[in-house]
Design a protein around this ligand. Structure first.
Ligand code: ADP
Ligand code: ZN
Length: 288
C-alpha cells in the first residue's frame, strides 16, 4: 500500500492506494498551519500499513536532492509554511521513504500514466486556479533542472483592452498576475463563477493562456497539453484558446486537432493524488 498527499494552499488531499493509481481511501484536511494540519495527515496514514509516501506540493519547494534544504517548502507567503521541512517531518513521523515534487509535476505524472496522456512519454499539465503552474513529463521523466520549472510566471503580451495592473507580488503583470483566478476577480470585480455570462472575460483569459501555450509548445513540444484548475471549469476558455493559438502560431508548427491536443484532465480532480502515488512508488524503488 502506498500513501499520497496533494498539498494545496487551501486543502491537503490524502489518499492510500496502489501503483496502478487505484485509490482505497481518500480524505481532505484544511491547510491551516503545519502544527495543526500535519498531525491530522500523520494520523490518517498511521491507520494503514504504507510502504512509502509521495507528496505533490504547492511551492516553490526544494527538489534538489543535493541541497541541505531538500524537501522544504521555500518562499511561500502562507503563514507557517515558509521553510517548512515537509519531507523530513513526514519521514520522521511515518518512517517510510518519501517522494517529493510539485503538485503540477505530480499531476503531469498521473496524467501521463493513467489519464489524458496515457501511453505518451511527454505531456504538459497546467493548472489555472488560485495560481498558475505547470509540470511536464519529458521523455518519460519529470522535468527538473536547478529546481522545478515555474511556468506560470512568464511574461505575456497585453490584451489591447486590458488596463489591469496585475496581481503577482513578484512581477505584477506576469501570466499568473494577469490570468489566475484572483486576477480575474480583481479585474472584473466578481468571482469567476459569477462571470459566466461575460464573454469578454473568458475571451481575454484564453488570449493570455494561448500565449503561454505558444511558448510552452515552442520550447517543450509536448505531445499532449492538459489544462486543469478551477478557472478551466469555464469551457469558454478552451474555445478562446482554440481560437487564439492558431492565430499566434500562424502555421509555423503543425499541431494535432486542438480539441484532441489541449484537453481537460483525464483523472479529473485526482490527477495530483494519483501522480503522488507514483512519486511514492518511485521513492520505494529508489530505497529498495
Ligand atoms: P487551487 O488553485 O487553490 O487548488 P482551484 O483550482 O479550485 O483551487 O482554483 C481556485 C480559483 O478558481 C479561484 O480563484 C476561483 O475563483 C476559480 N474558479 C473556481 N471555479 C470556477 C469556475 N467554475 N469558473 C471560473 N473560475 C472558477
Ligand atoms: Zn509572477
Amino acid at each position: 500500500m502506498l500513501g499520497a498527499i496533494e498539498a494545496g494552499g487551501t486543502k491537503f488531499v490524502c489518499a492510500v492506494g496502489d501503483e496502478t493509481g487505484g485509490i482505497v481511501e481518500r480524505i481532505q484536511i484544511p491547510t491551516t498551519v503545519p502544527s495543526e494540519t500535519i498531525p491530522q495527515v500523520v494520523a490518517f496514514f498511521r491507520k494503514f500499513q504504507i510502504e512509502a509516501i509521495g507528496i505533490g506540493s504547492f511551492g516553490p519547494i526544494d527538489v534538489n536532492l543535493d541541497s541541505t534544504t531538500y524537501g522544504n517548502i521555500t518562499s511561500t507567503p502562507k503563514l507557517g509554511w515558509k521553510d517548512y521541512p515537509f519531507v523530513q517531518e513526514l519521514r520522521k513521523a511515518l518512517e517510510v521513504p518519501v517522494g517529493f515534487n510539485t503538485d503540477v509535476n505530480a499531476a503531469a505524472l498521473g496524467e501521463a500514466n493513467f489519464g489524458a496522456a496515457k501511453g505518451l512519454d511527454s505531456c504538459l499539465y497546467i493548472t489555472v486556479g488560485t495560481g498558475i503552474g505547470a509540470g511536464a513529463v519529458v521523455q518519460g521523466k519529470l522535468l527538473q533542472g536547478l529546481s522545478h520549472p515555474e511556468m506560470g510566471h512568464i511574461l505575456v503580451r497585453r490584451h489591447p483592452e486590458d488596463h489591469y495592473t496585475g496581481k503577482c507580488p513578484y512581477h505584477g503583470d506576469c501570466l499568473e498576475g494577469l490570468a489566475a483566478g484572483p486576477a480575474i476577480e480583481d479585474r472584473w470585480g466578481a468571482k469567476g463563477v459569477e462571470l459566466v455570462g461575460r464573454a469578454e472575460v473568458w475571451d481575454m483569459e484564453g488570449y493570455y493562456i494561448a500565449q503561454a501555450l505558444m511558448h510552452y509548445i515552442l520550447i517543450l513540444s509536448p505531445k499532449k497539453i492538459i489544462l486543469g484548475g478551477g478557472v478551466m471549469n469555464q469551457e469558454q476558455v478552451f474555445s478562446s484558446v482554440y481560437k487564439y493559438l492558431p492565430e499566434l502560431l500562424n502555421g509555423y508548427v503543425t499541431l494535432p486537432n486542438l480539441p484532441d491536443y489541449i484537453v481537460s484532465p483525464g483523472l479529473g480532480d485526482n490527477a495530483g493524488v494519483v501522480g503522488s502515488l507514483l512519486l511514492a512508488k518511485n521513492a520505494l524503488q529508489k530505497n529498495g
